[in-house]
Design a protein around this ligand. Structure first.
Ligand SMILES: [Zn+2]
Length: 362
């Protein structure tokens, strides 16, 4: 577990007191009558027994505390995370500028507040690849707002406006539902918010639900294709967060974390900017027996929200993203198609990713 500082009860005061007291008693021994010797001996015995009891109790208390802590590590519910994914899809594709965007943003904000987060909604406009000005709504929910040690958890909640990777060319202008590409990561983060309402972790948690990640130029766009047209919400937030001096020890981005056949390789930019945290995450997954899901091999580099967080805020941020190195495409077959729906979401995958995060954070 990261940053899990064990509390230790310190009995130095008691040890010090007894170590000063004991020699002085020995010095006086010769000058005391038998009665007083016996009395002192009794005192020493009582003191020693108190000391032992005190140390014993402290150890016991410690072990009870640590047992209680491990017992109280909250249980991640894959059913609940799945439900959160489904509820987002019930709004329809959450494309910037649509009614679904407005309605879903309100719901996300309400859910985070319901679980006790302090919520900020950052609204603004960002220019898209086609010069359209997009309304952007970033939603940030914080737990343990005063904690200096913070972890940033990120997922994009928007849907791609066009299924430009669909095998059927007539569907290339159809918006993507984004059950996996967007909603899956948000579903896991909302479930973690629910767990925070049950038991806060020791670290501060900032859940950043970022908008307009997936509005990058479509395949048939004849103008320039540039990484700057992706992750628009994250770029907007990073500018503001940098001005305000926002800091977190590390960040984790979840993207496409719900497919039944998911494989998470150690993504290139994550290794480059945050290799020690990549190690922590993949080792934790291996400990939990999820080595077949979190594959301990390098994957390709993905332009995703974490790249901008690493570059603009210098917060080491890891992308947990489903890539298929053996497949023809680099992502799952539903990626940017009309088949990215609830039919292709696995509770098992959501549960495994969620449990890795619980192990890391609590
Ligand atoms: Zn996408």
């Amino acid at each position: 577990m990261l940053y899990n500082t064990k509390k230790r009860l310190i009995c130095v005061g008691m040890w010090g007191f007894f170590s000063i007291f004991a020699p002085s008693k020995r010095k006086e021994m010769n000058h005391l009558k038998r009665f007083y010797t016996g009395f002192l001996l009794l005192l020493v015995l009582v003191s020693c027994s108190c000391k032992r009891n005190a140390t014993g109790d402290a150890t016991l208390t410690n072990s009870r505390v640590s047992q209680a802590n491990s017992r109280e590590m909250p249980l991640f519910s894959a059913d609940s995370a799945y439900q959160y994914v489904a509820e987002q899809c019930n709004f329809g594709p959450r494309v910037p500028g649509t009614d679904a965007q407005t309605a879903c943003a309100g719901w996300l904000e309400k859910e985070l507040r319901r679980h006790g987060a302090q919520v900020i909604v950052q609204e603004g406009e960002m220019k898209a690849y086609n010069a359209a000005m997009l309304p952007v709504k970033n939603i940030i929910g914080s737990f343990n707002a005063d904690a200096k040690m913070r972890v940033l958890l990120v997922s994009h909640w928007d849907s791609r406006p066009f299924a430009d990777n669909d095998p059927d060319p007539t569907k290339h202008k159809t918006p993507v539902m984004g059950a996996n590409d967007g909603a899956s990561g948000v579903g896991i983060l909302l479930e973690l918010a629910r767990l925070c309402s049950q038991k806060l972790p020791q670290v501060g948690i900032d859940i950043f639900l970022t908008d307009a990640e997936d509005y990058g130029a479509p395949n048939d766009w004849t103008g320039t294709h540039d990484e700057k047209w992706w992750a628009l919400g994250t770029q907007m937030w990073c500018k503001q967060a940098a001005k305000e001096g926002y800091r977190a020890q590390y960040g984790i981005l979840l993207d496409m974390v719900g497919s039944p056949d998911a494989t998470f390789y150690r993504e290139y930019y994550s290794e480059r900017y945050a290799s020690s945290f990549v190690n922590e995450i993949w080792q934790t997954a291996a400990r939990l027996g999820y080595g077949d899901l979190f594959i301990n091999q390098g994957g390709g580099g993905i332009t995703d929200d974490h790249v901008f967080i690493n570059r603009m805020l210098h917060i080491p941020c890891v992308d947990i993203i489903d890539t298929r190195v053996d497949a023809e495409g680099s992502f799952c077959p539903e990626w940017h198609t009309t088949r990215d729906t609830m039919d292709n979401i696995s509770k098992e995958t959501l549960g495994k990713v969620g449990r890795v995060l619980v192990s890391l954070l609590w």
